[in-house]
Ligand binder design. Structure first.
Ligand SMILES: *Cc1c(COP(=O)(O)O)cnc(C)c1O
Length: 340
């Protein structure tokens, strides 16, 4: 293993030895290529640079206490990328190719998978780009699919903890019939200003309401939302949010606990009735929310009076993490051992 200080990593970028690439030309995917160059040679008129023909995925490899390396629900990432491809007119990356490239990239860089004790993980970033030159607004006819990895630190350095969030009304991340349900870079470009504003004011992240009516909870910048009340797990149904694989898994666990699960519109005022609330995604699993401020209406919705995460969020967090680390039984078959 590399001699790196695993316990001081942030969510940044550290170079590793290899990335894995595959080109789409003449209507088909080529051979998998192993590359040690961190740079791409890209045509200046590539469609990914001008018209946002760019999609990505994000997942992690976990070095587990039993010594094995596992990944979580990779088929879901492959399927989501395929939906994104259909959404912005890019050729679908076949599930088999996706899995083979992700597996290869992890194995080639296994010295960079942080120790179990550090709480750090290896973040995997599959990226698909339209590469052919064109100044007209049309889909490219050539594409590059690349997978790279980088070690990232644990989200909660001082242990699982709550954070304050803020509702922004002056910005939308995505439109109801736009690209919010696809994992494309453009949605992030649209969120950068609101995110900077939220950070400036001391919040962990910004919260978006539905763009059309500004009445219902949508999601945070890069994580889905859920609330808990009356033994029910409630999460927004909206055409402008990204279907989180973490959220889907938490819904399943909640069902396993015989809780009720509701996926529906959540009016902002309903926040008052939640006993617990959280943001969820691969980075943190769950980021429990202490309170959400709405600066325009001067309202504060408080979910944690003592500042600690609630009991159900804590149970869900520990359970999902234990499945990812091979500590609790994986009854749904969510994990894949990549290195024995
Ligand atoms: C990736 C992402 C999430 C989280 O999805 P996971 O599959 O749980 O990591 C949530 N919202 C947005 C906007 C995202 O891009």
């Amino acid at each position: 293993m590399k001699d790196l200080d695993w316990s001081n990593l942030s969510f940044g970028y550290i170079p590793t030895d290899y990335n894995v690439r595959c080109y789409y030309r003449n209507g088909k995917w080529g051979e998998i290529e192993i590359n040690s160059d961190e740079y791409l040679k890209l045509h200046m008129a590539a469609t990914c640079l001008h018209y946002g023909q760019e999609a990505f995925e994000g997942l992690k490899a976990y070095r587990c206490p039993d010594g094995k390396v596992r990944i979580f629900r990779i088929d879901e990432n492959a399927e989501r990328l395929q939906r994104t491809c259909r959404g912005i007119m890019m050729p679908e990356v076949p599930t088999q190719l996706f899995k083979e490239m992700v597996t290869k990239t992890i194995r080639l860089n296994q010295e960079y998978i942080p120790t179990y004790e550090s709480g750090a993980t290896l973040y995997i970033r599959p990226l698909l780009l339209g590469t052919s030159a064109q100044v007209g607004v049309h889909p490219a006819n050539e594409y590059l699919f690349i997978v790279f990895v980088t070690p990232v630190g644990p989200y909660f350095k001082g242990g699982f903890a709550t954070n304050p969030y803020v509702i922004v009304r002056d910005y939308d991340r995505s439109a109801p019939l736009g690209t919010g349900m696809y994992k494309v870079g453009g949605n992030y470009a649209a969120s950068l200003k609101a995110n900077a504003l939220a950070h400036e004011k001391g919040y962990a992240c910004e919260f978006y309401l539905d763009a059309k009516e500004k009445k219902y909870m949508d999601e945070c910048g890069a994580a889905n939302f859920f609330g808990i009340k009356n033994n029910t797990y409630i999460t927004p149904r909206s055409s402008s949010i990204l279907p989180s694989i973490t959220n889907k898994s938490l819904m399943q666990l909640a069902e396993d606990y015989r809780m009720k699960v509701e996926q529906r519109q959540i009016p902002e005022e309903e926040l008052e009735t939640f006993e617990e609330a959280g943001a969820c995604g691969t980075a943190a699993v769950i980021s429990p929310i202490s309170y959400i401020d709405d600066l325009d209406t001067q309202k504060r919705y408080t979910f944690s009076k003592d500042g600690n995460p609630g009991p159900i969020s804590t149970k869900l967090y520990n359970h999902l993490r234990n499945i990812q680390y091979g500590v609790e039984p994986d009854v749904h078959g969510w994990t894949t051992v990549i290195i024995e």
